[in-house]
Design a protein. Structure first.
Lengths: 131, 131, 131, 131
DNA sequence: GTGGTCTAGACCACC
DNA sequence: GTGGTCTAGACCACA
């Protein structure tokens, strides 16, 4: 029963609701099969403690993922990833980055940064920051 | 001639408050001097109509930018960019992209996409989407 | 125990915006440490009811005091005075009265009242009205 | 025809509407007979130029003072102080300072300044600032 | 319960 | 025409 080897990173002051941040991260991890069918997610209380967040917030995220069909509630055991999830194609996963990249492009233009500058800088940043 | 040649793009469902999106965009445009000292911003009502948003929302953004020292109220004429703003260095502007890039890196890892894949794809996307 | 032992006095017809009156009074009370670091201000809704004012007006004042660095939002608990505030020197606090005193002097001159007359009268008034 | 020997002092950013500041100042000057029955006020245009204010603002103040019975419009000559005004008693004029003094007392209390401190300081300020 | 955001609509002061 | 202030009421995120 893999409890919480998952890396969740929250940005509390980003304006994006915490439950949405959680949902998006879990969705990405199922898309990449870092969480597979049958895996159990950390319990509401455990994750709440770990992230220093109200348990109701975790519960809300789990509830919505259940409604969306990604998770299933198992009485007495917790939330389990449903069997239908499978690793999505690389194209599909890259496309999930589209909103972020469009934002990036828009911000570059507003900051008057050109393509080569930002691409070179991104390469550097990736080398530095990639864990 | 306080027209509105500025391109504001809102993401209403992003969770980021509209007034914040506006503030950030205006801050970026002053950082790149696409809006220069002495320029007039579009009027509250005009921008509200253009973006289909309540005037008070625009007004809140302008008011906070005034409190922050970026804009100044000119009676009967509108909001003008203060004189002290100047174009910021390319390093400074690239650093403004940091939060977005950290997000990008995090999402790639959660989607199990490796560095070369994403960098190549970014190059393509930039060529396609850059206006 | 975020109660409301603070006395706010509004002058609705003074022309000074309500949110500004609130901000000024709160600033004075932190300057004199009648509100100390860690104290909770009355909730938006409570103060709105108490002062018979729209909640958004209170909220605007609190929001600006937060932007100004005097208050901090604590999720689910309310607005708390930040730790950095300290009692300001008597000189500093007296100087805060400058605009009012300049106004007083100007009005005396326009009313053809001389210095001794007004100073004696002020002494009396202070004795009578001081709570 | 005494044109504009009057000293008007405006505080444009005080939040008090300019037309009200004007009205109050003119009322004080009639109360003290610094402006007497039969005196002509400066013309709208002249005062507007002098104070760097929109003529409509002056006009509004004059109009309200006319409605209030203090001034009278004389065709082709301007606004004249009506005959009924007379110098008011010193008590009456001191009472006109009441709102300001109540404000002063309130601010002192909120700033935790005691009576003797403020009275001594006021004496000094009066000596320094009185023109 | 807490604060935050947004809307629709009114009125004010000033150019 | 410009921005500013306020209201009444709705909905959201979080404790």
């Amino acid at each position: 029963m893999p409890l919480s080897p998952f890396i969740f990173q929250l940005a509390p002051s980003s304006g994006v609701p915490i439950y949405r941040q959680l949902m998006e991260q879990i969705n990405r991890m199922t898309a990449s099969q870092q969480i597979k069918a049958g895996d159990y997610l950390p319990s509401v209380r455990q994750l709440a403690t770990e992230l220093d967040v109200n348990p109701m917030t975790i519960s809300k995220a789990y509830g919505l993922l259940e409604a969306q069909g990604t998770l299933k509630r198992v009485r007495g055991k917790g939330m389990v990833v449903v069997e239908s999830t499978q690793k999505q194609s690389i194209e599909h996963r890259l496309n999930a980055l589209n909103p972020l990249v469009n934002d990036l492009i828009k911000q570059c233009q507003q900051l008057d940064i050109d393509q080569d500058q930002v691409l070179n800088w991104l390469k550097e940043q990736f080398k530095k920051e990639w864990i």
